[in-house]
Write a protein that binds this ligand. Structure first.
Ligand SMILES: [Cu+2]
Length: 170
């Protein structure tokens, strides 16, 4: 191998080292971003809880915590409320959902019929709602006002009309 060839080989290795360093940096950066998101929104936030909770979709409207829309919002702590939401073809129960500002709201959403979506406009609450399963998601509204709930999973002819409301009171 001539001296020039040896130099060329070394030059390529230097060049490759920079790319390796760059790749490692991007992987670490992405890992840090995911870890940050999980720490801030994961365990007590907008990522649905992991445990599978089943419910009978055929009787969920007749008995249990989803049966009576008047009893849907339950205070569970000094500043915590659980809201039992039914996403049905083609609406949400209760409507509107009335909750106070600054409180931790635990939404427990299920469907008596087909797959629906539960997206609260202006927030990162965006979950799937399956018949037979309870989707639990937590959110704290920092601003009072009205928020629109949008069904973003196709559910039939009335899908484009399927909206609900969250009223956050001061
Ligand atoms: Cu729907």
């Amino acid at each position: 191998m001539s001296e020039r060839e040896a130099q060329l080989k070394k030059a390529i290795l230097e060049y490759e080292k920079k790319w390796i360093a760059f790749s490692v940096f991007t992987v670490l950066l992405f890992t840090a971003i995911i870890a940050f998101t999980l720490a801030n929104h994961g365990l007590r936030g907008v990522i649905p809880v992991g445990e599978l909770e089943r419910v009978d979709p055929t009787t969920v409207r007749l008995e249990g915590p989803w049966a009576d829309p008047e009893q849907a919002v339950i205070q569970t702590g000094p500043n915590q409320y659980t809201v039992h939401v039914l996403a049905f073809s083609y609406g949400y129960q209760p409507n509107p959902i009335v909750v106070p500002r600054g409180a931790e709201i635990v939404f427990r959403v299920t469907s008596p019929d087909v797959l629906h979506g539960f997206h609260i406009e202006g927030t990162n609450v965006n979950v799937e709602v399956l018949p037979g399963e309870v989707t639990t998601v937590r959110y704290t509204f920092q601003q009072a006002g009205e928020y629109r709930i949008i069904c973003n999973q196709y559910c039939g002819v009335g899908h484009h009309l399927m909206f609900g409301r969250v009223v956050v009171e001061e």
